[in-house]
Write a protein that binds this ligand. Structure first.
Ligand code: SF4
Length: 85
């Protein structure tokens, strides 16, 4: 999510598709509709991989980053650890 401060800032944020979008979409309480809207924005984001990498690196626990929600990121982090990525 480009609007929040992270431990490592990178230029990729300037190209984030979510710039100017409602941040609440990316931190949905229980709304699957909001989550789906956020993921649709991420799906067309040119810096999706950078966003996901940074979220995993920083251990972001909440919200949708790189098109993945918390549980999906946990699975991706486990997959990467298993492959030594
Ligand atoms: S992948 Fe999604 S959350 Fe990350 S910068 Fe792009 S639009 Fe924003």
């Amino acid at each position: 999510m480009a609007g929040r401060k992270a431990k490592q800032l990178g230029d990729w944020r300037d190209d984030a598709e979510c710039l100017g979008e409602d941040i609440h979409l990316f931190f949905p309480e229980r709304s699957q509709t909001q989550a789906a809207q956020a993921k649709a924005i991420c799906a067309r984001c040119p810096v999706r991989t950078d966003c996901l990498d940074e979220a995993i690196l920083n251990g972001e626990r909440f919200g949708i980053w790189g098109g993945l929600d918390q549980e999906e990121r946990r699975r991706e982090a486990r997959r990467r650890r298993g492959k030594g990525i």
